[in-house]
Design a protein around this ligand. Structure first.
Ligand code: ADP
Ligand code: ADP
Length: 239
């Protein structure tokens, strides 16, 4: 079944930057899709249009059966809980502990941070601990985030996204700031999220080799247009 569908999505910044031009594709439940393309191709704009961090100029984004363009604020908040976001620069609250950052995922994106563990139920804390253990962070749960390495920070970001029980993860250049070893750990976790948990993963990458080895499907973007949509095997054999 289709989870996400983009129909003729275009995005203009100002009057003359056409960042996306009639983008069409769909993504199935549980699928692992990489969006690849050079810097400035429109990858980041594409992900932001999907959860409406920015509004597309025209076209439709259908997620989980609803047109996200038509949602009011309250409905959009509900839809966004089904979409976990992962960023290149982690977007963690450095002065808070790892587990507090994860628990704040429950409040939704851009929540007001108060930093009080007591505001969460025991069940929520147990779930956060379980997720952090799956991600190999059981020994770091009470450290401040600014004491962690980049790879550890990104794993906190993944746990924070997963605690909402999302249907889809949108990852914007999740390994662009990481060394090869940490990148592999993060990509292995994302793969596991798709294949074991059944969560759809859409990930922006500029490393083609990584996209080739992890993805079910690759969407190539250049100058705001989809120029390739197919399996990694097809790409490799065309070269
Ligand atoms: P990518 O993620 O592939 O590097 P982006 O989506 O960041 O590409 O950018 C696509 C194009 O849109 C680029 O030309 C970029 O300069 C432009 N762009 C991105 N964000 C903005 C913005 N907020 N305002 C104006 N232009 C933007
Ligand atoms: P990324 O590394 O994620 O591609 P950038 O460093 O290109 O992001 O951009 C950082 C921020 O600046 C983003 O919010 C993006 O939307 C915005 N931005 C990018 N290009 C432009 C542009 N040409 N004009 C205005 N804002 C831009």
């Amino acid at each position: 079944t289709t989870l996400l569908e983009l129909n003729n999505v275009s995005k203009k910044y100002g009057s003359d930057t056409l960042a996306l031009s009639d983008v069409n594709f769909s993504v199935k439940e549980g699928e692992f899709v990489s969006v690849i393309g050079p810097s400035g191709a429109g990858k980041s704009t594409l992900l932001r249009c999907i959860n409406r961090m920015i509004d597309a100029t025209s076209g439709e984004v259908i997620f989980d059966g609803v047109n996200v363009q038509n949602l009011n604020k309250r409905e959009l908040r509900k839809t966004r809980t089904k979409i976990g976001m992962i960023f290149q620069h982690y977007n963690l609250v450095n002065r808070l502990s790892v587990i507090e950052n994860v628990l704040h995922g429950r409040l939704g994106f851009k929540s007001i941070i108060t930093g009080v563990l007591g505001m969460y139920s025991e069940a929520e804390k147990k779930q956060a601990i379980e997720l952090l253990t799956v991600l190999g962070l059981e020994d770091h749960m009470y450290k401040r985030c600014d004491q962690l390495s980049g790879g550890q920070k990104q794993r906190v970001g993944i746990a924070r996204a997963l605690i909402q029980s999302p249907k889809m993860m949108l990852c914007d250049e999740p390994i662009a700031s990481l060394d090869p070893n940490s990148s592999k750990v993060i990509m292995d976790h994302l793969r596991n999220i798709s294949k074991s948990m059944g969560i759809t993963v859409v990930v922006n990458l500029h490393q083609v080799d990584v996209a080739l080895s992890y993805s079910d499907r690759i969407i190539g973007v250049s100058k705001g247009e989809v120029v390739y949509n197919g399996s990694p095997q097809q790409i490799t054999s065309e070269e």
